[in-house]
Design a protein around this ligand. Sequence first.
Ligand code: CTP
Length: 450
Amino acid sequence: MAEYRIGLGVTGGIAAYKAIEVMRHLQKAGCEVSVAMTRHATEFVRPLTFRALTDRHVIVDDYDPANPDPIAHINFSQEIDLLLIVPATANIIAKFANGIADDFLSSTYLASTAPVLIAPAMNVTMWEHAATQRNLERLKADGVRFVDPVAGELACKTVGTGKLEDVENIVRQALTVLSEPPAVAGGLRVSQRSAGGTIIGRSGNGAVLSDGEVKPPATAGGSDLAGEHILITVGGTREAIDPVRFISNHSSGKMGFAVAAAARDRGAKVTVVAASTSVEPPDGIELIRAISAQEMFDAVMEKVADATVFIGAAAVADYAPANVADMKIKKEGKDGFLLELKKTPDILSEVSKRRSGRQLVIGFAAETNDVIEYAKSKMAKKNLDMVIANDITAQGAGFNTDTNIATILTPQGETALGLMSKRALADKILDEIINLRRSNPANAARSGNS
Ligand code: CTP
């Protein structure tokens, strides 16, 4: 069963085709997506496209005889964990802000208690119009979230703000909203928009801690990590066999780079030692490339004395070829081939052994079975302050996804987290660093040497 159910509302703008991409990304992240379109949206994209890709009836009109559900706006609105509007026109924003319910989508908005995330796209003059801005403010006060449009050349050939935000960012923000803690009242889940803009409510066990405590959302932006210097290993190492071949793994670097970007945004100085990665590194960090385990070891040892936190997010090969051939190995005359491997240095263990007083040492445990037991034994064996454990076989977790499902282990206990974007998980990890600093006075004093 899908972890999250999303109601995707598509309204009539030129960016309507991008809703297809948003839907595909959400499906890949393990979400079940149901689509509702306004009549004007169908002028841009045919409902059949969404129907074929979701295998569900796409609702445009409650009264359409083809609609299998006679009170669709009620049922649809009650069965979703998030109402996401991509793209949102000035018209739908105006209707939502004023409680007008004259079509399926606007009725659904009124009938739903799920969090609402809106990604507007429109002409710059329409976006900047006092009426639109007033409606946005009103919706924000009602607790609705926005993925603001960005500046660029618009479909009308004018340049200005009004372009739909990147699909990836919309998806990331949708997953972040979904991963936020639900409010639980008297054992029952409360599911409604709160007046203060904080989203409460969604079904599933997303961010409820194992002991039932609900954690506050991660700090977005700000400077709660100012004074920290975080050294992170990222990506998958490559161990050369000969000048052409190597042994490696599936790591993309997404998780490590997400931690780096989040730490940067929260005021930390960030140094990344990256092996092979398939995504762009974030800006505003110090980046050192180190391709093999040995190169990564050397680079880390050079930098680690200055770091206040070390995070081993890299997938480091445990073994490397004992002898690297100088020339390309030829297959002629060989029916088989034995490759001798030797153990690589364990970077995380070595950092932990060398650590100075307040330095925190954090590792990852990517496992396929007995995840928590292995993670606990890693924490003890490598003497770690925190381990982020995940089952890489779970849907929505693993190497090349934008999402993860993890359990954070610290000496104080375990925090089981639901499906969330890697960026949202990065913020949870950083929140735990703050908690560790607070809970252990020996860790709290800032050395100020960074
Ligand atoms: N790690 C490291 N240097 C290594 C190997 C792993 O720094 N040579 C770090 C990883 O970055 C990660 C953690 O150690 O943070 C993973 O622990 P490890 O026990 O090495 O993981 P696996 O190799 O996956 O474990 P196992 O051999 O038990 O399957």
